[in-house]
Design a protein around this ligand. Structure first.
Ligand SMILES: Cc1cc2nc3c(=O)[nH]c(=O)nc-3n(C[C@H](O)[C@H](O)[C@H](O)COP(=O)(O)O)c2cc1C
Length: 265
């Protein structure tokens, strides 16, 4: 950390956080869980509307199933606390119905606006910001965490498992637990140099030399045999991989259903 403020407790927590995937099996106490949820709920939220909900998955069978439906990640089943962060416009929409907003629109000859893409993105912002507050709150208690982006896959299964209505989308899941062993032994993962991430006034599109510099010093395992360079490795390991194809399929359905004007799921 060059040219930054002197460390304080908060900065130290941010600096030393790393993703934890192996947990001490000790359950978290209700007090610890409440503190994490409270931290999540203190996050900024658009218009103080709280366009998100959080499902705490206690049922071991459900955790076992999530370990399969979220791209076969067994560590999910072993996490003492699993929270799903839902982008949720349904709660407000139900309240608007109860408040007879559709009637008033009709009375005034105005089209009723149903939730669309922008509402989904705004709700995702709310849910993700709450999730990161939960992560930092947990970290301050010594509790580790791991995001699970793959909760966006298999939308049909997750809808059924958790009874999700039309305007609720599981944007992320986070596993929590005390780290198994000494977390300091897990190396902090390096980030790209700041100049490739932080721009002033204008977006900087990178050229070949920039990329060479950006990846200089980046140690990443090559575990795809036919990949000749990091770009090929990244494509076949991430964007072109089966889990990404499944996520694309699943999210396409979720968005199509979300923006449909009429009908429940
Ligand atoms: C949106 C998002 C989705 C992620 N999904 C997964 C996941 O499904 N499984 C997993 O083991 N880690 C997942 N991670 C954790 C990242 O792999 C991890 O943050 C990254 O490698 C950087 O490591 P660090 O958090 O230790 O700095 C996810 C992180 C984010 C932010």
């Amino acid at each position: 950390m060059n040219e930054t403020k002197k460390m304080n407790q908060t900065l130290e927590i941010i600096e030393k956080r790393r993703t934890i995937r192996a947990y001490n099996p000790t359950p978290l106490t209700p007090e610890e869980i409440n503190t994490i949820i409270h931290g999540a709920m203190r996050a900024p939220t658009a218009g103080n509307m709280m366009f998100y909900s959080i499902i705490q998955v206690n049922d071991q069978k459900m955790k076992d199933k999530l370990a399969l439906t979220c791209d076969n990640q067994p560590h999910i089943a072993k996490a003492p606390l699993v929270l799903i962060f839902l982008a949720d416009v349904q709660r407000w929409w139900d309240y608007l119905q109860l408040s007879m907003v559709p009637d008033l629109c009709e009375e005034r000859g105005i089209d009723l606006e149903t939730p669309q893409e922008s509402d989904l993105l705004m709700a995702c912002c709310d849910a993700l910001i709450a999730a990161q507050n939960a992560v930092i709150t947990a970290e301050s208690l010594g509790i580790g965490s791991c995001y699970i982006g793959d909760i966006m896959e298999n939308i049909e299964i997750h809808r059924e498992m958790f009874n999700l209505p039309k305007w609720v989308f599981p944007i992320t899941m986070v596993c929590f637990g005390y780290p198994k062993g000494d977390k300091e032994k897990i190396p902090l993962k390096e980030r790209f140099p700041k100049k490739f991430i932080h721009f002033i006034d204008n977006y900087n599109r990178l050229n070949k030399e920039d990329f060479t510099e950006m990846f200089h010093n980046v140690n990443r395992d090559f575990n795809i045999k036919f990949a000749k360079n990091l770009g090929q490795q990244f494509y076949f390991g991430k964007l072109g991989a089966d889990f990404s194809k499944e996520m694309r399929r699943s999210v396409k359905i979720a968005i199509k259903d979300w923006i449909a004007k009429n009908g429940d799921l």
